[in-house]
Design a protein around this ligand. Structure first.
Ligand code: FE
Ligand code: FE
Ligand code: ZN
Length: 289
């Protein structure tokens, strides 16, 4: 099972510390932001201990394409109402692509954005136009994330993701990240994972899928809310998520947990253990302090 979680990237060990954190959870994949997700302040990669991180990954036999980078969510390439926001998004995205490359990672997850006060079609067209301006790199694949459809988010259906992908000048530099909380909240029935994968394959193509965000959700199917829950503690439930984590059809794709901390503690070691052992142990997720 290729499984990991969102991890921190902070002083003094930076990326090396991120890998250490992942290893402490028994993970063999990880995802991180190159700085605070809500701002664009970034430190140079030369200070991030990338070589040490790569060394540690190698020592543990984890290929670098399982270190996934998530772009900050303030990047909104779909904003047609404030073109300067979309422009800033591309400017930052260019740097983020360069950072991902310098780190030695391959997949950069990006939210397709929100149309704000415009409309869905305009948002999609704007996102395509902005992404076509990005300074793409052959070694970095930008993975558009399937969204819940909260507020004015685009990318809540496979059709919309496909529409964006098919408008891109260099589609080979793009792929998809499938978020289980988001797809549920967008209306997909993940109790029929095979059926959803069939639909994904028909509309987008399974070969475009590179990352899975494995989250339970606080909301019922179709709620268009986007609130993550711990594994087994939401409306998807343990068996549905286990089924996704263990499916042979997506076995080669890293599953990344983005579930909430319990109290002040990350739940990832416990959640990974439950999924690996196929055993739901809610007592492991109880708040202790
Ligand atoms: Fe995301
Ligand atoms: Fe996600
Ligand atoms: Zn989310």
């Amino acid at each position: 099972m290729i499984i990991g979680s969102h991890v921190q990237m902070k002083a003094p060990l930076f990326l090396e510390g991120s890998v250490q954190e992942a290893l402490s959870y028994g993970a063999n994949a990880l995802m991180l932001y190159t700085g605070a997700p809500q701002n664009t302040k970034r430190r140079p990669v030369s200070e991030m201990r990338a070589a040490e991180a790569r060394e540690l990954m190698k020592k543990h036999g984890i290929p670098m394409d399982r270190m996934i980078i998530h772009a900050p969510y303030i990047i909104n390439p779909a904003n047609s109402v404030k073109p300067e926001v979309a422009e800033l998004a591309v400017e930052f995205l260019d740097k983020e692509i360069a950072r991902t490359h310098a780190i030695g990672a391959k997949y950069l997850v990006l939210h397709p954005g929100s149309f704000t006060t415009a409309d869905e079609e305009t948002g999609i067209r704007t996102a395509i136009a902005q992404l076509n301006r990005a300074a793409l790199c052959d070694d970095v694949i930008i993975c558009l994330e399937t969204m819940a459809g909260k507020g004015s988010e685009i990318g809540r259906t496979f059709e919309q993701i496909e529409q964006i992908l098919s408008g891109l000048d260099r589609p080979e530099c793009f792929g998809v990240c499938f978020d289980t909380c988001h797809t549920n909240d967008a209306g997909y029935d993940l109790t029929d994972y095979d059926g959803v994968l069939d639909e994904f394959d028909r509309i987008i193509g399974l070969d475009r899928l590179h990352v899975i965000h494995l989250n339970d959700t606080k909301n019922p199917r179709g709620a268009r809310k986007d609130r993550h829950a711990n594994i087994g503690q939401g409306t998807l439930g343990f068996e549905t998520l286990y089924n996704i984590a263990s499916s042979a059809r997506t076995a080669h794709i890293p599953k990344i947990l983005e579930t909430p901390y319990i109290g002040k503690k990350p739940p990832y070691g416990e959640e990974i253990r439950m999924l690996k052992e196929h055993r739901y142990m809610p007592e492991l997720l109880a708040e202790t302090e």
